[in-house]
Design a protein around this ligand. Structure first.
Ligand code: SF4
Ligand code: SF4
Length: 322
């Protein structure tokens, strides 16, 4: 898995976005990934036997060559996955609609902060994409009723999946994120909402950063019954930037990265990013992590590494220390 960050600009303004501080640092001339760099990354995917092109931003569909990138990816025999805020312009939408539904997935951030005037366009896009679209949500508070999301999935014939992410911190900067102390309250809300998703035949797939102990054993059993596919992981996402830098993830963009080389493969890149981060893996998001049964049993990764690092090096001190 590797994400191609083809656009450093976005048409939404989400306070929980963990890409925004990285994207703001990019120079004007690097607003979009150039075709040559895109082709170099296609080469990386080919060498690594990866049959999927994952297009991200910012908002990837703002790239003037977005439709070309989709066609190039298809011609290279790859499935197309796009992460979007749903404000997709017409040429980009046409390119996606030209892909067979089983070769294309558009993960739409359903709680992206967009303007009122943009809502109509998003509703149209969702309706058009239908089964090509998957609902994504970033949980940024312990209260998040999923009823409107479920209605939208059913109304627009989207895939019956919700990709659920936690609002995670970014090391070295401040974004709106959940503090690990809020996780048990968030967990209760997830369990309660999972009854509604299960009744609608929708399963929930969690993103990185979830931890096992946020759920009690009873809650965990209920989740499993309700189609929540629990996984606890924090490993290199490999965000591939327009300047040839490959990041562990946006949350750790200031710390861990490698440069794309002509003969790079994702296995060796992942190994190197894992090595760079390994010095911080001794701890977890809570003091209890150091001697935790779930961790020893590999049922929990200890939580988001950016949150772990914030435990040991509070954000306030960072401008002095870095
Ligand atoms: S490793 Fe830490 S976060 Fe994970 S279950 Fe154990 S105490 Fe909780
Ligand atoms: S540090 Fe780990 S959990 Fe946090 S955003 Fe990066 S990959 Fe995800």
């Amino acid at each position: 898995m590797a994400n191609l960050i083809i656009s450093n600009v976005c048409s939404a303004n989400c306070e929980f976005c963990f890409a925004s501080s990285f994207l703001k640092k990019q120079d004007d001339h690097e607003k979009f990934m150039c075709l040559d760099t895109f082709m170099e990354y296609i080469g990386l995917l080919d060498r690594s036997a990866i049959d999927e092109v994952r297009l991200l931003g910012g908002e990837p569909t703002l790239h003037p060559l977005f439709a070309d990138f989709v066609r190039i990816g298809q011609a290279a025999g790859k499935r197309i996955t796009v992460f979007s805020n749903g404000l997709i312009n017409e040429p980009a939408l046409e390119a996606l609609m030209d892909c067979p539904p089983d070769r294309c997935a558009v993960i739409i951030n359903m709680n992206a902060r967009i303007k009122k005037s943009q809502r109509e366009r998003k509703a149209y896009v969702l309706h058009q994409l239908g089964e090509r679209s998957i609902a994504g949500i970033t949980v940024d508070s312990p209260v998040f009723p999923l009823d409107p999301l479920i209605q939208s999935i059913l109304r627009n014939r989207m895939r019956k999946v919700i990709r659920m992410g936690l609002a995670l911190p970014v090391y070295g900067t401040r974004n709106h994120n959940l503090h690990p102390k809020q996780y048990p309250a968030v967990a209760k809300a997830i369990v309660s909402e999972s009854y509604k998703t299960a009744a609608a035949g929708i399963r929930i797939e969690p993103d990185c950063g979830f931890v096992r102990c946020m759920f009690s054993d009873e809650e965990f059993k209920a989740l499993n019954r309700n189609g929540f596919c629990f996984g606890s992981y924090c490993s290199p996402i490999m965000d591939c930037c327009s300047n040839g830098e490959i990041l562990h993830c946006f949350a750790l963009s200031d710390l861990f990265s490698v440069r794309l080389e002509a003969d790079s493969e994702t296995d060796s890149i992942r190994k190197e990013l894992t090595r760079q981060a390994s010095v911080w893996r001794f701890g977890g998001i809570y003091p209890e992590c150091e001697d935790c049964f779930f961790r020893r049993n590999e049922e929990c990764c200890g939580g988001c590494l950016a949150a772990v690092m914030n435990r040991f090096l509070p954000v306030k001190a960072m401008s002095v220390c870095l």
